[in-house]
Structure formats: C-alpha cells, structure tokens
Design a protein around this ligand. Structure first.
Ligand code: ZN
Length: 302
C-alpha cells in the first residue's frame, strides 16, 4: 500500500470514529449557549495585517470567529518589538479590525508595548493600555492577554480590576472549564513543532476530546499562519495546519460545539443565569487546586 492510499484509508477510519463519538454521549442539551456541549475559540496575538490575507478567508469558509490580541500602541503601523519574530510586520489598523468585528471577531489588550508586565509598569502596560485600545476600537476591552511569558501574569492580575478587565489569557496550555478562574484562562498553542527535548509535532485534534469530556473551552493560540512554512515553528502553524484544525473541530464537534469569540464566552460565564449558577455549584476542583499552587509559585518569584 502506498502512503497516499494509507493516509486516505486511515483518514476515512478516523472520520467515521469521530462522527460517531458525539452520539455516544447524552442527548440532553449541554451547559453552554444554545445548549452547546463545549466551546472552541482561537486567538491571534499581535494582530498582523496579513491575517486578512492568510487566516481570515479560512475563518469565513468554516464560519469560525477569530480574536486578536493587540499591542495597544501599535495598530496600523509596523510592529516595533525588536527581537520578536514578528518585528516590523504591518499590524491591522483600527478600521480593518472594526471590519472584522462586524464579522464576529473580537479583540483583547496585549499590553501597551509588549515589554513584559511588571509591578512597576502595570499602570501603563495593563491599565492604560486597555483604555487606549478601547478608544481606538470603540468597544469595551474586558480581556487582557499576557505578553511574552507567564511571568507577567501575577502583576497583570494585580492590575486587572483597575483596568476594568474581567478575564486574563495566559499561555498555560490547558482546557478551561466552568470552574476555571477567569483571571487564569489557559490557551492551547497551535504550533508546527515545539523545541526539544520532545519536538512535539502539530496535532489537529489536540485537546478536543478533553474539552468534550469536561464540557470545557479550548482557546487556541497562534500569531500569523502562513502557507507552507510557519514564521516560527514553536510560535505558529501554517495555513494548511490551521485548515486541518478547523476541519477537526467541525468534524469532531458537529452540532455540540459552540464556535465562539472569547469576549462572548466571558460575557456568558459572567452574566448568563444558568452559567453563573453552574459556576457557583462547582466543587473545589483539580483545576482550582492546580491554579492555587501555580499562583503561589509565581507570586513568590516576584
Ligand atoms: Zn505577544
């Protein structure tokens, strides 16, 4: 059997198994909006203009909304973060983003300058940055997306209330659930290949079954998918991989998955009466314990 035949056979087998999976669960409605059973979102940090060329058409094809995390001082100008793989790339302008918002996309604040949040600069990088972005886009900005590394997360939490934020995206790779602390939202890297020692390769099905099993919320994280070769294999995927991801989400999720823009999900968790009750009813779960231990670890490092 040649490789192409093998791939088509295994692809068909996988497809049959996956379409059968949702039917194995309960037929009663799920806990999310419109009775959906789990949630899928995807975020693009930095807001490169070439998303319009490479990612947006794939979003339109699959009917999946996107989300952009913006460096507030850098909309409509070339990115100015020396050392970044995305340095000098043109960013989306406010008008371009407003156009995407009409198609269901949303935005969050990714700090003022991407310098890395500290207790000393959080007034500007977290609090002021949110206001600047809200002003440019003409919408509230309830989500802060930690730039750089999770080391900026504790000072971002400390400044969140002053900035009017209701939620924070980190780069902890996990599925969010009803009991996830909204200031500790995880994201799943959608990347071509991680660095060593494991060199983990792209998996279009990553965390989807876990999200289904836990009535959870997967939030993918990438930057600017390009055809054939990623900007950086550990920071991005290709457009072919993005398409494979969306195919997996639609095939596995069927009618059970809520394809949601993250601001909508945060609003649902905070304001939908059923969701609020469910969050209150959650026992202290592993998720919370895990968060508590990480919080202690990171706060002692500060
Ligand atoms: Zn970034």
């Amino acid at each position: 059997m040649d490789r192409r035949t093998f791939l088509s056979l295994t692809g068909a087998a996988t497809g049959a198994a996956m379409t059968a999976t949702p039917a194995q669960g309960s037929s009663k409605p799920g806990p999310w909006k419109d009775g959906k059973k789990w949630v899928y979102s995807i975020t693009y940090d930095e807001g490169c203009e070439d998303l319009l060329k490479h990612a947006v058409p794939i979003h339109r094809e699959f009917g999946i909304p996107g989300h952009v995390a913006f460096v507030s001082a850098q909309l409509g100008i070339p990115r100015n973060v020396p050392g970044s793989s995305y340095h000098d790339l043109m960013t989306l302008s406010p008008d371009q983003m407003k156009g995407l918002m009409k198609e269901g996309w949303g935005a969050s604040c990714h700090s003022m300058t991407h310098v890395g949040v500290t207790a000393e600069n959080a007034d500007v990088e977290v609090v002021e940055a949110g206001k600047v972005l809200a002003d440019k886009l003409g919408v509230d900005i309830p989500i802060f997306t930690v730039p750089g590394s999770n080391h900026g997360h504790p000072p971002a939490i400390a400044a969140a209330a002053a900035g009017g934020y209701k939620a924070i995206f980190t780069i902890y790779d996990k599925v969010n659930t009803f009991d996830t602390d909204l200031l500790w939202l995880g994201r799943t890297p959608l990347h071509t290949e991680y660095p060593g020692p494991f060199y983990s390769q792209f998996d279009p099905w990553k965390r989807l079954q876990q999200a289904q099993a836990t009535a959870g919320w997967v939030v993918d994280y990438c930057h600017l998918p390009l055809p054939d070769t990623p900007v950086h294999p550990a920071k991005d995927c290709t457009t072919q991989e993005l398409r494979a991801r969306f195919e997996a989400v639609k095939q596995f999720g069927g009618d059970d998955v809520w394809l949601a823009e993250p601001n909508e999900v945060v609003d649902f968790l905070l304001n939908d009466p059923g969701a609020r009750q469910r969050r209150m009813d959650q026992p202290e779960g592993l998720n919370t314990l895990h968060d508590t231990s990480m919080r202690a670890l990171y706060t002692t490092n500060d």
